[in-house]
Design a protein around this ligand. Structure first.
Ligand code: SF4
Length: 397
């Protein structure tokens, strides 16, 4: 992990030097957590969507499997994922986030977790890997089967918290965690409002860099990160003009090793990515009395929880800011997101919204064809522009 920590340090300092305080703080926050576990602090390896507020109650670090894999991928520090999965007999159809994380554990880049916590939402791959890794690395495994029942999910989160209470010292009270989480959500709501009222006011790539803050909502430093982001948005408002080109909604992920893909797309087609569903935090407020049930409610209301949630969110974005087309980036081998695409496409057709799906592996650069990506985009934007063709590097004719 030394190399990753070094690169994160460089990246944080670079962003600080460029005045992107929020990005520098975000990276520092993640770096501090990795540094802590590298010197022996116990940690829980967790799947995405497991509410970070529960971990913040205790004196233990939480490393989100997909996030750590994402950092390693963005810094091109991963081995050949396919080869690794083949040699180590991981399922060929497994999601590369988990394979990447396993490669980091196996190579002793990070210590083994004290326990692994996995939800059955968003996907089965994540919890199945959690179970596999707990056997392989002899760690405790906690599984939360996310039902379509708020009470049962709330009870399971409560039971998990009780188990963790038996293993770790309590660090924060529920009241403290609820207060900071609610304060942060209020700020996030304000940022969303500014973005909806002023489409394109925020650099979309920054949203992709920071969307995993969703998992850190009980951490007071997240408030600082978002507060500095809000300040940047206010600065941007001074010279703001509404985008003249097409406004695009981005669904799904982005290839993490192509950190210029959004900027290149905006430049090539004169468009603006105005929102990313991954940056939608659901904005659920918490209460001390119903802490676990409110967290369960946040999971159930999240964008990806059901097709219905996703469709309603898209229509909400459409009403709030309007957009001219949708790009859906599907992760290779994801059992979850791509399966929703046929219905999304049909519904968008009915609503008269141009929709395109592109696919690739967000972690493994060997499974993403950039030429094919631009070819598909050329055709998509040709339809949005009503016949304007795009040639090499976006030349219009
Ligand atoms: S990308 Fe898909 S398969 Fe991979 S962890 Fe996320 S939901 Fe699961």
């Amino acid at each position: 992990m030394k190399e990753l920590i070094h690169r994160m340090d460089l990246s944080a300092r670079l962003h600080m030097g460029m005045g992107n305080t929020y990005l520098a703080e975000y990276i520092e926050l993640q770096k501090a957590s990795i540094e802590k576990i590298c010197v022996g602090h116990p940690y829980i390896a967790s799947t995405f969507y497991m509410p970070g507020e529960i971990y913040r109650l205790f004196d233990v670090e939480a490393i989100y499997i997909e996030r750590l894999a994402g950092f390693a991928a963005a810094n091109r520090l991963l081995p050949d994922i396919k080869l690794y999965s083949c040699v180590n007999r991981l399922p060929e159809c497994a999601c590369s986030y988990q394979i990447a994380f396993d490669s980091l554990l196996r190579k002793n880049c990070i210590p083994y977790p004290r326990e692994i916590v996995a939800l059955s939402y968003a996907c089965d791959d994540a919890w199945m890997y959690g179970y596999y890794a707990s056997e392989k690395y002899r760690t405790q495994f906690y599984f939360i089967d996310v039902p379509r029942n708020l009470e049962i999910l709330g009870e399971q989160l409560k039971a998990l918290s009780s188990k963790l209470r038996g293993r770790y010292r309590e660090k924060n009270s529920t009241r403290e965690i609820v207060d900071i989480s609610n304060k942060t959500i209020a700020l996030k709501e304000e940022i969303d409002r500014l973005r909806f009222e002023n489409p394109g006011i925020m650099n979309s790539m920054d949203a992709f860099r920071m969307f995993t803050l969703y998992n850190d909502l009980g951490n007071p430093k997240v408030f600082d990160v978002l507060n500095n982001l809000k300040k940047r948005i206010h600065e941007n408002l001074k010279g703001y003009t509404s985008p003249t080109g097409p406004k695009i909604l981005w669904l799904g992920v982005i290839p993490l090793y192509h950190n210029r893909i959004v900027a290149d797309l905006e430049k090539r087609y004169g468009c603006k990515i105005v929102y990313e569903e991954l940056f939608d935090f659901t904005n659920q407020y918490l209460s001390v009395e119903n802490f676990f049930y409110d967290l369960a409610s946040r999971i159930e209301k999240s964008v990806f929880f059901s097709l219905q949630n996703r469709l309603e969110s898209i229509m909400h974005y459409k009403k709030a800011m309007g957009f001219d087309g949708i790009v859906h980036f599907s992760q290779r081998n994801c059992r979850f997101l791509p399966s929703m695409v046929p219905v999304l496409r049909r519904e968008m057709e009915k609503a008269g919204i141009p929709f395109v799906e592109v696919a690739g592996d967000v972690v493994d650069p060997n499974d993403f064809n950039i030429e094919r990506f631009w070819n598909v985009m050329d055709v998509f934007f040709e339809s949005i522009y009503g016949g304007t063709k795009f040639g090499y590097k976006g030349t219009r004719y």
